[in-house]
Design a protein around this ligand. Structure first.
Ligand SMILES: CC(C)(COP(=O)(O)OP(=O)(O)OC[C@H]1O[C@@H](n2cnc3c(N)ncnc32)[C@H](O)[C@@H]1OP(=O)(O)O)[C@@H](O)C(=O)NCCC(=O)NCCS
Length: 185
């Protein structure tokens, strides 16, 4: 299946998962968002971190809702030339069903709607799952930031998704990546 398909995946013989609805985050989503955050990261953002971030004019929060539950969230910042993904997670119980894919596809649509040409993010060197996920989504590792995280001293990879320019400047989406060059080193 094409990695850009929006259709949720389903294992044979299982009931179809309820469709995922991706919408703006509102204040009362925060307790569910915090639950996913705590279940996802060793060094998790606090409620105050979320609020401080979302009070910024250029920060936007979105959630993925499945039935009555919030199963994922993302927070991104509108920068001059790109969207920068600041925080992003899917609840462990809902992973590997295509929800993360649908959220990033939505972010790619936002990039185009905001007339930005790229999405950037930083990922911890030990977070192989996220690196594999973003590579599948068409992101490339473009920069290594040595000892970026003060808590563990880990390096960060800067990953980037870039819309290709064409002669008539119609946005086209890049499928290539360069993270494999880090893997083979
Ligand atoms: C990264 C994350 C958001 C992915 O969300 P998800 O909903 O599980 O992702 P999807 O189901 O859309 O996966 C798409 C593809 O990514 C890759 N992928 C996702 N999780 C993977 C894993 N644990 N191992 C290997 N590949 C993985 C696979 O290629 C997968 O396709 P497949 O299931 O057909 O093999 C989720 O694992 C997560 O919340 N992790 C913890 C928080 C985090 O690390 N956030 C990113 C910070 S930079």
């Amino acid at each position: 299946m094409n990695s850009r398909s929006t259709r949720p995946r389903q294992r044979e013989g299982t009931n179809p998962a309820p469709p995922v609805h991706i919408r703006w985050m509102i204040r009362r989503d925060l307790s569910d968002v915090l639950r996913t955050e705590m279940a996802s990261f060793e060094y998790a953002w606090s409620e105050e971190d979320f609020l401080r971030c979302l009070r910024q004019r250029h920060c936007i929060g979105m959630v993925a809702e499945q039935g009555e539950s919030i199963v994922g969230f993302m927070i991104y910042e509108l920068q001059k030339s790109c969207l920068h993904l600041l925080n992003f997670a899917v609840h462990p119980s809902a992973r590997r069903t295509g929800i993360g894919t649908q959220m990033i596809q939505r972010l790619i649509q936002k990039m185009e709607a905001h007339r930005r040409r790229a999405i950037t993010l930083l990922v911890r060197e030990r977070n192989l799952t996220a690196q594999l996920f973003f590579r599948k989504m068409g992101f490339q590792a473009v920069r290594l930031l040595r000892h970026y995280y003060p808590d563990t001293g880990e390096d960060a990879y800067q990953m980037e998704y870039r819309a290709l320019s064409t002669a008539n400047d119609t946005p086209e989406l890049s499928l290539s990546n360069r993270i494999s060059s880090y893997e083979s080193d």
